[in-house]
Design a protein around this ligand. Structure first.
Ligand code: PLP
Length: 282
């Protein structure tokens, strides 16, 4: 299937889409983004993603873009891609302007999207992955989904260089935050626990869906802070995200999580998430 791009109202092959060099997203990272996945030909939780996109835009005082404009563009791009399982990346920058730090919010924004196919399942979904922990060195507004994720890329590279899948950011005091592109959950004594929403983590859509699954399946869950010893001592650990889905973590900082195998609740939550993604009744 061809990889497609959407650029300010037009759909084209990805290699034909260019943005001007004075786009503020390029020069200042002055842009927000979203990533929506489609499974079995259906876009999953589009409203939640667009709600968060609008929140990010408001947080940065971007001029508003009508929701319908984005919905139409995403739907058209996805239809044109003819893909069943795809990732739609949406990036909205504050637009093109001479390079000055201060901005005018009267300039039209620049909207860019791409559609690419997604593999049928995450490569580590079955057997789980290993992670390291790393002190968080990002800014204090990680709840806004801006394209300024250089620290996340550096942390991910550090993990890859150490031969593991990802890094979990922890605060100076050892409080668990999130991974480089996912939220973090632990399971202890049958209960799912994840850090509460603060400006230090992204309010994940998958995290929200997991709460809904827990309610439906009567799995107890709690949003509360926890630190590294509790992470190491968990019965099960997993990451959650649109691309990550539910990813079992079987080793942290070279120590196995419990017996080092994928745990039963993680497996159950994964299966339930996949059912919902495919639009099967819960
Ligand atoms: C830093 C970070 N945390 C968490 C998530 C998970 O969010 P979602 O479940 O909405 O994909 C992401 C996804 O991109 C992310 O980049």
């Amino acid at each position: 299937m061809p990889e497609l791009a959407y650029l300010n109202g037009k759909i084209m092959p990805i290699e034909k889409a260019f943005v001007p060099i004075e786009d503020r997203g390029y020069q200042f990272g002055d842009a927000v983004y979203e990533y929506i996945a489609a499974h079995s030909g259906k876009l999953f939780r589009m409203d939640d993603h667009l709600e968060r996109l609008e929140q990010s835009m408001r947080a940065l005082s971007f001029p508003p873009v009508p929701r319908q404009t984005i919905v139409q563009a995403v739907t058209d791009l996805f239809a044109a891609s003819q893909m069943e399982r795809a990732g739609i990346y949406i990036q909205i920058s504050r637009g093109v302007a001479p390079r000055e730090h201060a901005f005018s919010n009267r300039k039209p924004v620049q909207i860019v999207m791409t559609a690419k196919s997604l593999p049928d399942a995450h490569p580590h979904a079955q057997n789980g992955a290993a992670v390291i922990t790393l002190e968080d060195f990002r800014w204090s507004r990680c709840d806004i989904k801006t394209v300024q994720i250089l620290p996340n890329t550096l942390a991910k590279q550090k993990a890859v260089d150490k031969g593991v899948y990802d890094a979990i950011f922890i605060s100076e005091k050892g409080v668990i935050r999130e991974a480089t592109s996912s939220n973090v959950f632990i399971i202890k004594d049958g209960k799912a626990v994840t850090p509460p929403l603060t400006p230090n983590i992204l309010p994940g859509i998958t995290r929200k869906v997991i709460f809904e699954i827990c309610k439906n399946e009567t799995i107890p869950f709690e949003e509360r802070s926890f630190t590294t010893p509790e992470l190491y001592d968990a019965d099960e650990v997993f990451l959650s995200g649109t691309v990550t889905e539910i990813l079992p973590i079987v080793s942290i900082d070279e120590k196995p999580v419990a017996d080092g195998k994928v745990g039963p609740l993680t497996g159950k939550l994964y299966r339930e998430l996949r059912r919902r993604e495919k639009g099967e009744p819960s």
